[in-house]
Every structure is written in structure tokens, then in C-alpha cells.
Design a protein around this ligand. Structure first.
Ligand SMILES: [Zn+2]
Length: 213
């Protein structure tokens, strides 16, 4: 990083999170507003670390019942059965059904846990003032952000699974309590990603440059 690449904050400007316009901060302690799009301005997203941690911990807590409680209650002529996500993955695994089983496994179990771990890593490195792998960490954040936009694939997969099972005669499928926690994990991780300010990744490096002159 060369000294010429000063951040907006270093030269006392705030960039609008919505339209990108640079403005001078409002006088006093109050938040200013973007003259172009009227969005509230701040140097960084307010309380970014605290809010991201709060959403992330809530997501991690909900992740446990999401996997332990049944997401599907299946009723057949012979009786009823409750299945967790993992049991559903095993149930779907067959010579013809394995691609769907794999999609459910990746979308419902692997992606949410990877998102939680990635965000936890970003939060801890920012709090420790890490100055290493900045570009890689930003790339990681962008990836998590990108995956978040496709989170609805989870809901799609579950609906599709339910529809598939419904096709069999004398069978009914109802959502189980795990599905509520599962939806909560999806929403909470999206809020955590939204709360995190990726500019924080570079702050420790910028501070070090200022200190070293
Ligand atoms: Zn704006």
C-alpha cells in the first residue's frame, strides 16, 4: 500500500453507503445526511462489530435446534415420522435422488455453517487489529455476501423436497419446528453480513501507516 491511497476517513470525508458520494461530515456529534440521496452518513457503519457479533451469535444459537429438531413431519398410511435436515439428507440419498440430497446437504448444512465461521473469523481478525491478508479477507467477505443473495435456495430446496414427497400417494408433509430455527439462521446470517463494515478490515493497516509516518 502506498501513502497516496488515503481512505476517505483519513482526509475527513464520509462516503455514502448507498450512492458512494463523498461529503464532509456534519458539524457536531449528530449524523449528517447525503446531499444526493438523503441517506444517513457515518465514517463506518455505526456499532458494526457489536451488531454483527449479536446477529452472528444469535444465528449460531439457532443453528443448533435447526439441525436437531425435525424440519419435516411425514405422515403415511403406516404411521408418521419426523426428520431433521440430516435425516432428510440420508432419506433422499438413493441412486436417483442423490443430486437433490447433495443440494440439501450443501445449502442447508454446509453453507450456513461456513458463513457463520467466515464471519466469526473476520470479526476476530478485525478486533485483533490484524494487518495481514487484507485482500483475502475482503474477498472472503464478498464471497459470503454473494452466497447470502442465494440463501433463498434453501427455502426453494425444502419446498421442492416437500413437493416431491407429496407426489407419493397417501402421504402428507408438514413443516416441523426445526424449519423455524432454520429460517432464523438464514435471516440472522444475512443481517450479520449486512451489519459488517468491510472497511474495518483496512483500518488497522491505515493506522499503522499513520503511526509509521
Ligand atoms: Zn448518497
Amino acid at each position: 500500500m502506498s501513502a497516496t491511497a488515503a481512505s476517505a476517513m483519513q482526509v475527513g470525508l464520509q462516503s455514502c453507503g448507498s450512492c458512494g458520494l463523498l461529503s464532509r461530515p456534519a458539524a457536531g456529534a449528530e449524523f449528517g445526511r447525503c446531499p444526493r440521496c438523503d441517506k444517513t452518513l457515518a465514517f463506518r457503519k455505526p456499532a458494526s462489530l457489536q451488531r454483527t457479533w449479536a446477529y452472528l451469535i444469535a444465528a449460531a444459537v439457532c443453528y443448533i435446534p435447526a439441525n436437531l429438531l425435525p424440519v419435516l413431519n411425514t405422515t403415511t398410511a403406516t404411521g408418521s415420522e419426523s426428520d431433521t435436515i440430516l435425516q432428510g439428507v440420508v432419506l433422499l440419498w438413493s441412486p436417483t435422488g442423490w443430486p437433490l440430497s447433495l443440494i440439501v446437504l450443501i445449502a442447508s448444512i454446509m453453507i450456513p455453517s461456513a458463513k457463520i465461521l467466515a464471519l466469526g473469523y473476520l470479526l476476530i481478525t478485525v478486533q485483533r487489529g490484524s494487518v495481514r491478508n487484507n485482500a483475502e479477507r475482503l474477498k472472503l467477505y464478498r464471497t459470503v455476501e454473494f452466497i447470502g443473495r442465494w440463501s433463498m435456495v434453501d427455502v426453494f430446496v425444502d419446498t421442492f423436497t416437500a413437493a416431491l414427497i407429496q407426489l407419493q400417494p397417501l402421504m402428507s408433509v408438514e413443516p416441523g419446528p426445526g424449519l423455524f430455527f432454520f429460517a432464523a439462521v438464514v435471516v440472522l446470517t444475512m443481517l450479520a453480513v449486512e451489519s459488517f463494515d468491510p472497511r474495518l478490515i483496512w483500518d488497522a493497516t491505515n493506522l499503522q501507516e499513520v503511526e509509521n509516518g
